[in-house]
Ligand binder design. Structure first.
Ligand code: ATP
Length: 459
């Protein structure tokens, strides 16, 4: 399938099935802002939950924090964001389009939206710096003393709380602090659906290490993060690792890897893993006048730790997961045998917004409906369930395939029989369990179902 067409289909499905809508849609939208609908909110939450667990629960060298979005303006002065967090911007004198000067080849011209910048033939202005931070005022008076910014990244709260967290967690180097949450950037050209927006979420770790081990930890984090993406269904083969050359990195950087995914619109950054040396802690120590050093009990010396920062975008991860999951297949309808196209989202079970669909075979048979509702109520205690009694069973399966529900359970007359003859004789109250990807069906005892499903979901 042509890649632009694929992207259109994914965006269409996201709207049709309630994953993602344009923000403020009934007022014509707001460029660079998106709302996650019922299924999208669950998908995003499942990604964040898995990241959070992977960082703070499955390992014992990272603790979490949840910092404020508004911070003292001096944070942004010390971090360098106020002076330098900007992109070069140019204007087209003909179409009046405003573009990021370093992304001209991939930004459409407003006069000829299917073509790239400058196809209208207009003259471009000289690039000038545009600061990406959203400025706001704290309190009722709008003067210079009250200026602050919506945070453009979550990382700075971690640096400025480093000392407090070190003390309360009693961690020794190497250890990390994880945080996820909203960040805001007044992007010049938000585009590619949720890939580049003005309000988005990040998942960041600042991992503090002994200075001489910085490079080793950069390599270790590269391995860990590539393995993590495989666990959420993004294969290693679809991620390109860019070893960012020195001339493209900040002067203090000890190395950066960009993890780039093959999106339908091109190979683009999903996550950056940066070895930031001791730059941030040095800046905040100097600007605040508060010591941020670490006392190393082994060597009895004090120093500023070095930092490796894996920084991922929640929305970009969500988009990569959606793109990777999307599949179209020609199949035979399970009931009628007719050929048709099936759209299936192949989410790994732990990310799927709905884990199981419950279907009584016929809705006018109270015994089936009752049994199905009771089973749905039992499963709801531990997983998300969608109960559906309307339409042919094949259609009900298809609706669940399209939103990536990995399991479907049908309650039929055999369920009521309780004990079956033949190979499964002796099993009481069985149901048909249908697997989304293979479409294979098997019979399973209701009593075994919750544990079986949970095992599959947890992987
Ligand atoms: P880009 O070069 O694409 O603008 P960046 O290098 O400025 O990204 P970082 O500052 O390293 O991005 O931010 C870390 C992560 O935050 C990115 O890898 C990305 O996943 C996410 N991110 C950054 N900007 C945006 C945005 N405007 N919309 C959505 N996600 C973003």
């Amino acid at each position: 399938m042509a890649q632009p067409q694929l992207m259109e289909k994914i965006v269409g499905l996201c709207k049709r099935r309630g994953f993602i809508f344009q923000s403020s849609e009934i007022y014509g939208g707001l460029n660079g802002a998106w709302d996650y609908g019922p299924l999208g909110a669950d998908l995003k939450k499942n990604i964040k939950d898995f990241w959070w667990k992977s960082m703070t629960q499955y390992r014992d060298d990272i603790v979490g924090m949840d910092g404020s979005i508004l911070m003292n303006r001096n944070v942004w002065k010390a971090s360098g964001h106020e002076a330098t967090f900007s992109d070069p911007m140019v204007d087209c004198k003909t179409c009046k389009g405003r573009f990021r000067a370093d992304q001209l080849t991939s930004t459409p011209c407003p006069q000829k939206p299917s073509k790239m910048v400058n196809t209208c033939g207009g003259e471009l202005t000289e690039p000038r710096s545009f600061n990406l931070m959203f400025k706001t005022y704290v309190g009722p008076v709008e003067d210079d003393h009250n200026i602050t910014y919506l945070r453009p990244e979550t990382a700075q709260a971690i640096f400025v709380q480093f000392k407090n967290i070190l003390e309360v967690s009693r961690k020794k180097l190497p250890f990390g602090i994880a945080q996820m949450g909203k960040a805001f950037r007044n992007e010049i050209n938000p585009r590619n659906f949720i890939f580049r927006s003005r309000e988005f979420e990040q998942m960041e770790v600042e991992f503090f290490v002994k200075p001489e081990t910085g490079k080793e930890w950069l390599e270790q984090w590269l391995k860990d993060r590539l393995a993590w993406y495989e666990l959420i269904g993004i294969p290693r083969s679809k991620i390109h690792v860019l070893d960012v050359p020195q001339e493209d990195r900040a002067f203090y950087s000890g190395g950066t890897y960009d993890l780039e995914y093959e999106f339908p619109f091109g190979i683009q950054e999903l996550e950056g893993i940066a070895y930031r040396t001791d730059y941030d802690l040095t800046q905040h120590q100097n600007a605040s006048g508060k010591p941020l050093e670490y006392f190393d009990e082994e060597t009895k010396t004090k120093y500023l730790p070095h930092v490796v920062e894996p920084s991922a975008g929640v929305d970009r991860t969500c988009l990569a997961v959606l793109c990777e999951a999307y599949a179209e297949e020609t199949i035979k309808d399970e009931e009628t045998g007719k050929e048709e196209t099936r759209i299936v989202m192949r989410f790994v079970p732990k990310l799927a917004p709905i884990k199981v669909g419950i279907f009584p075979l016929l809705k006018n048979k109270p015994e089936l409906v009752e049994k199905a509702k009771a089973l749905a109520a039992t499963l709801r205690k531990t997983m998300t369930v969608f109960y559906d009694e309307s339409g042919a069973i094949g259609r009900r399966y298809r609706r669940m395939d399209e939103v990536g529900t990995p399991f479907g359970v049908t309650i039929d007359f055999e369920t009521l029989e309780g004990i079956r003859e033949g190979e499964n004789a002796g099993l009481k109250e069985t149901v048909t369990l249908r697997h989304r990807d293979s479409m294979k069906q098997e019979r399973i005892a209701i009593a075994d179902l919750p544990a079986y499903l949970l095992k599959q979901i947890e992987g």
